[in-house]
Design a protein around this ligand. Structure first.
Ligand SMILES: NC(=O)c1ccc[n+]([C@@H]2O[C@H](COP(=O)([O-])OP(=O)(O)OC[C@H]3O[C@@H](n4cnc5c(N)ncnc54)[C@H](O)[C@@H]3O)[C@@H](O)[C@H]2O)c1
Length: 402
C-alpha cells in the first residue's frame, strides 16, 4: 500500500488524511506536539473530521501522527498543508512552506510526488517549492511536483472532499497523471488545468471574488441604512432575479484563514507584474473598516458614548458553527469598543476559550453585539442578554443591526 505523508494536520491536512486513509497508509506530520498527541488518541480537533473515523483508521493501522520529520522517508506521496499567512505589512509569508520544504528536502531520500495544497501565489510550486526542496536534497533525487488547491469549507455539510470538484496540475504530464490517480480515490470530480499557475491563480480568484462581493454588500449595508431602508429586505428583493445575481450578506467583517488573506497574495502577485490591484486592496479596506462602522452605529444608538457601558460580544468564531477564531472580525469590534471605554466581555460556547479567557455567560450586559450566530445559540437568549442588542448577522430581525 502506498505511503502518503501529509505535512500539517490542521483544517486542510487532517481532512485529507481522513479521506486518504481509506486507500493509503497515511502519516500525519505536524510540528505541534499537542496536536500529534491528541490525534494519536483518536481525538479530532477539526469540525468535519469525526473522532470515530480517526479512531477507526488508527485501529486498522491506516493513520498515525508524528512530529518526527525523519519518518517522511519512504513516502510515495507528500502533501503540503501548512499555513500561508500574511506578514505584519500584509505580504505573503511563506515561512511555513519553507519549513515544510526543508522537512522534505532533508529527510525524503526516495523520489516521490510532492503536492502543494497550501494557498499561495501563482508560481509557488514551480519557482519556490521545487527549488527550495532541491536546495536541501543531497544527491540527484527527481521528485514530481503538482498543485491541487484545497476548497474545504469547515463545518459545511453539503460539500466535502468527495463531491467538491478539485483542480489540479503537475509541472510535468507524469506529475499531473499521478496527482489525478491519488485524488481520484476519494474525489469524484477532478478538473485538470494546463499549468500549476492556472490552478494557483484560480484558488486566489475564488476567494478574492468572495472578498470583493462581501465588501460590496458591506458598503451597500451602509448606503441602505443611510437611506432608511432594510438591507436584508433589499437583498432578498434583488435575489428574486433568477440570473446574473448572487446574494452576499453584510457582516462585521471577514474572518478565517482564507478570505481576509488570500486576496493579498493575489495583490502581491499583481505588484510583481506591475498591475495595480486597487480593487482588491479597497475591498480589503472596506471589510476591515466594518468593525468600526458597527461600533459607530452602536455608539450613536446609545447616547453617543460607550464609556463604562458593559458590552457583550456574542459569537467570536469567524463564522457560524465552527470554533475557528483566526482573523475573526470580533477581534476588531472588541478593540474599537475598548478604545471607546466600554467594559467588554465575549460569549461563545463553541469557541470556549479565547485569548486565555473563558466564554462569559450570555446575559447581564447593557449592550450585546452579535458578530456570529451559531445554530446552537438560542435567539431568545441573545435578545434577553442585554437591554440593547445589535445584530451584524441578519439572523435576529427583532434586534437593531445591519
Ligand atoms: N482552513 C480552510 O478552510 C482552508 C481552505 C482552503 C485552503 N486552505 C489553505 O490550506 C493551508 C493550511 O490551512 P489550515 O487551515 O489547514 O491551517 P491550520 O492552521 O489549521 O493547520 C496547519 C497545521 O500545520 C502545522 N504546521 C505548521 N508548520 C508546519 C511544519 N513546518 N511542519 C509540520 N507541521 C506544520 C501546524 O501546527 C498546524 O497544525 C493554508 O494555505 C490555507 O490558506 C485552508
Amino acid at each position: 500500500m502506498k505511503k502518503v505523508s501529509i505535512i500539517g494536520q490542521g483544517y486542510v491536512g487532517l481532512t485529507i488524511s481522513a479521506f486518504a486513509a481509506e486507500f493509503y497508509e497515511v502519516l500525519g506530520i505536524d510540528n505541534n506536539q499537542d496536536v500529534v498527541n491528541q490525534l494519536n488518541t483518536g481525538v479530532s480537533h477539526i469540525e468535519g473530521v469525526q473522532s470515530s473515523v480517526l479512531k477507526n483508521w488508527i485501529k486498522s493501522g491506516k493513520f498515525r501522527a508524528t512530529n518526527d520529520a525523519t519518518e517522511i522517508d519512504g513516502s510515495d506521496i507528500v502533501v503540503i498543508a501548512v499555513p500561508t499567512p500574511l506578514t505584519k505589512d500584509r505580504q505573503p509569508d511563506l515561512t511555513y512552506i519553507a519549513a515544510a520544504c526543508k522537512t522534505i528536502g532533508v529527510n525524503l531520500k526516495n523520489p516521490a510526488l510532492i503536492i502543494n495544497e497550501s494557498t499561495s501565489f501563482p508560481g509557488t510550486i514551480r519557482n519556490y517549492i521545487k527549488p527550495a526542496i532541491e536546495s536541501f536534497s543531497t544527491g540527484t533525487i527527481q521528485h514530481l511536483y503538482a498543485i491541487s488547491p484545497e476548497r474545504v469549507d469547515p463545518g459545511r455539510g453539503d460539500f466535502n472532499q468527495k463531491n467538491t470538484p478539485r483542480l489540479y496540475a503537475g509541472l510535468t504530464p507524469e506529475a499531473s497523471a499521478k496527482t489525478r490517480d491519488f485524488y481520484s480515490k476519494f474525489c469524484d470530480h477532478l478538473v485538470a488545468v494546463s499549468s500549476p499557475e492556472v490552478a494557483e491563480a484560480a484558488k486566489l480568484f475564488e476567494n478574492t471574488f468572495r472578498q470583493v462581493n462581501i465588501a460590496l454588500v458591506n458598503e451597500f449595508a451602509q448606503i441602505t441604512n443611510a437611506l432608511g431602508i432594510s438591507v436584508h429586505e433589499t437583498l432578498n428583493a434583488a435575489s428574486t432575479k433568477p440570473y446574473g445575481f448572487m446574494k452576499f450578506t453584510p457582516s462585521a467583517g471577514v474572518g478565517g484563514h482564507c478570505i481576509p488573506v488570500d486576496p493579498s497574495y493575489l495583490a502581491a502577485a499583481a505588484d510583481q507584474c506591475g498591475v495595480p490591484a486597487t480593487f482588491i486592496r479597497r475591498a480589503n479596506e472596506v471589510n476591515l473598516e466594518m468593525s468600526k462602522y458597527v461600533v459607530d452605529r452602536v455608539e450613536a444608538d446609545n447616547g453617543g458614548s460607550l464609556k463604562g457601558k458593559s458590552v457583550l460580544v456574542v459569537g467570536v468564531a469567524y463564522k457560524p458553527n465552527v470554533a475557528d477564531v483566526r482573523e475573526t472580525a470580533a477581534e476588531l469590534v472588541i478593540e474599537h469598543l475598548k478604545a471607546r471605554g466600554a467594559v467588554v466581555a465575549w460569549h461563545d460556547d463553541v469557541v470556549g476559550f479565547w485569548h486565555e479567557e473563558k466564554s462569559s455567560v450570555l446575559g447581564g450586559a447593557d449592550i450585546a453585539i452579535v458578530t456570529t450566530k451559531h445554530d446552537a445559540v438560542d435567539a431568545k437568549a441573545i435578545m434577553a442578554s442585554a437591554s440593547y442588542v445589535f445584530d451584524t448577522t441578519g439572523k435576529l430581525p427583532q434586534a437593531h443591526g445591519l
